[in-house]
Design a protein around this ligand. Structure first.
Ligand SMILES: [Zn+2]
Length: 80
């Protein structure tokens, strides 16, 4: 068993740590550009807007006619 000490939280069992999410290719957005902090870009497949916000340093996504969220939505555009 392996544990990791996280300051302020304590020992956390590594199996409980979130595994990286694997996104299927057709659900991946194709961003028009690589935005830096304070910039935004748009998915050329579905029109979703990704914003990298300063000074909070958070990334948000907004689907067309959707709400702004920090969860990356699946791309609804057609895959190539
Ligand atoms: Zn997309």
């Amino acid at each position: 068993m392996s544990f990791q000490h996280i300051p302020g939280i304590g020992l956390v069992h590594l199996n409980e740590a979130k595994a990286p999410k694997v996104v299927p290719g057709n659900e991946r957005h194709k961003w028009a550009g690589k935005p830096r902090w304070g910039e935004s870009t748009t998915c050329i497949k579905c029109g979703c807007v990704k914003r990298r916000k300063k000074p909070e340093y958070t990334e948000t996504y907004q689907m067309r006619d959707g709400v702004e969220t920090t969860e990356r939505p699946a791309c609804t555009g057609k895959s190539e």
